[in-house]
Design a protein around this ligand. Structure first.
Ligand code: ATP
Length: 367
């Protein structure tokens, strides 16, 4: 059984700094869990505790049904792929991959068989005689993965294994890792600060901030239903727009009043927000839910907003429009690239009021 469970896990380093606070989550056998969050949020510390490279200050970590708090790294049956790959420079690819098997006492024949099988799976059979310095970045990354899979561990741990690759290779490697996960049907726990990697590979994603778990959910649920402002702002690129305001009532209708906008809440959503009338909130709308008048898809609830364009980034398949509202608030929209927007022009943007989020301004959780 390769389920992994963190139970109230806290890590306090010797200098007193608490890097991970009361972390609780469970990863089912065969899942691809991504730990994501900004630099310093405690991702690597969590992974290192699971790997046995760092002690747990309090709480328990289980692999399968076994509490591994006091079990040494080599007896946890896990394999870890590091950002640096940590290949031995003086050894060939074959020997790098064979090393841990030989340490574990596998026969030469079985070692060879396992290395060959892994090399074939990763398409690196022709590289087995080379030294790491004779490999490209992408090839080194595969060797590092190969060295992990030969051991047939019950859990794979990966710490930013793609961060040394260029953008194109990274996209390709993401697909390869997803495929490898399906082929091996083993639990993967993967650390990254890159929300695109998290969204594309994770069967579930755990978002950490300042050592605290913010939300753990499927990529789609995190995106559609973020628990708080941090998750809403972290997942999605460009990030969600936030406007501060209050919920108000006029006759029987609810609306959000920001500094310069009076945004009607659609009828079917009014019941959900009725109890918050008068409350100070943060209104959130994603750039992709703001449209140009020329390219408005069906099934939207468009609300016109005037804004002055500052910069247009043409991406080919979309245009990112940076603009400013009358009250000085900045806004980003992701629109059809055929829209006619030019810097310094005042334009009409359409908010889709079927797709907004409201957060408690003080507590920051979604209402
Ligand atoms: P990054 O993406 O930058 O690697 P991370 O989310 O993986 O960040 P960690 O490496 O887990 O973050 O570090 C979490 C916090 O703990 C950081 O503030 C870091 O400075 C601190 N930290 C890490 N190692 C130690 C240590 N040995 N002693 C004291 N503090 C540490």
């Amino acid at each position: 059984m390769a389920r992994v469970c963190f139970e109230q896990v806290t890590k306090q380093y010797e200098n007193g700094f608490v890097a991970v606070k009361n972390l609780n989550f469970e990863v089912a056998e065969g899942e691809f869990l991504v730990l994501v969050g900004p630099s310093g949020c405690g991702k690597t510390t969590s992974l290192r505790m699971l790997a046995g490279l760092e002690s747990v200050s309090s709480g328990n970590i289980y692999i399968g049904d076994r509490n591994v708090n006091n079990i040494s790294s080599k007896d946890r049956n896990i394999a870890m792929v590091f950002q640096s790959y940590a290949l031995y420079p003086h050894m060939s690819v074959f020997d790098n991959m064979a090393f841990s098997l030989e340490l574990q006492g596998y026969s030469r024949a079985e070692t060879k068989e396992r290395v060959q099988a892994a090399a074939q799976q990763l398409g690196i059979e022709q590289l087995l005689d080379r030294k790491p310095k004779q490999l490209s970045g992408g090839q080194r990354q595969r060797v590092a993965v190969g060295r992990a899979i030969v051991r047939k561990p019950t859990v794979f741990l990966m710490d930013e294994p793609l961060s040394n690759l260029d953008a194109k290779l990274r996209t390709q490697a993401r697909v390869e890792l997803s495929k490898l996960h399906k082929d091996l049907a083993t639990t993967f726990i993967y650390v990254t600060h890159d929300q695109v990697e998290a969204m594309t590979m994770g069967t579930r994603i755990a978002v950490l901030n300042q050592g605290i778990l913010q939300q753990i959910d499927t990529p789609q649920n995190l995106y559609e239903n973020p628990a708080n402002i941090f998750v809403a702002g972290f997942m999605g690129s460009p990030a969600m727009n936030f406007l501060t305001g209050t919920i108000q009532q006029e006759e029987d209708n609810l609306y959000v009043q920001t500094k310069s906008l009076k945004l009607p809440i659609p009828l079917e959503q009014q019941a959900r927000y009725k109890e918050y009338i008068g409350k100070e909130i943060t209104f959130g709308i994603r750039p992709e839910n703001i449209y140009s008048e020329e390219f408005l898809p069906p099934k939207t609830e468009p609300f016109p907003v005037k804004a002055e364009v500052t910069v247009v980034e043409m991406m080919g398949h979309e245009a990112i429009v940076y603009c400013t509202l009358a009250d000085g608030q900045e806004l980003v929209a992701r629109v059809d690239p055929r829209s006619h927007f030019n810097p310094k022009e005042t334009v009409t943007l359409l908010f889709d009021l079927n797709r907004f989020h409201l957060f408690d301004r003080e507590q920051e959780h979604q209402l």
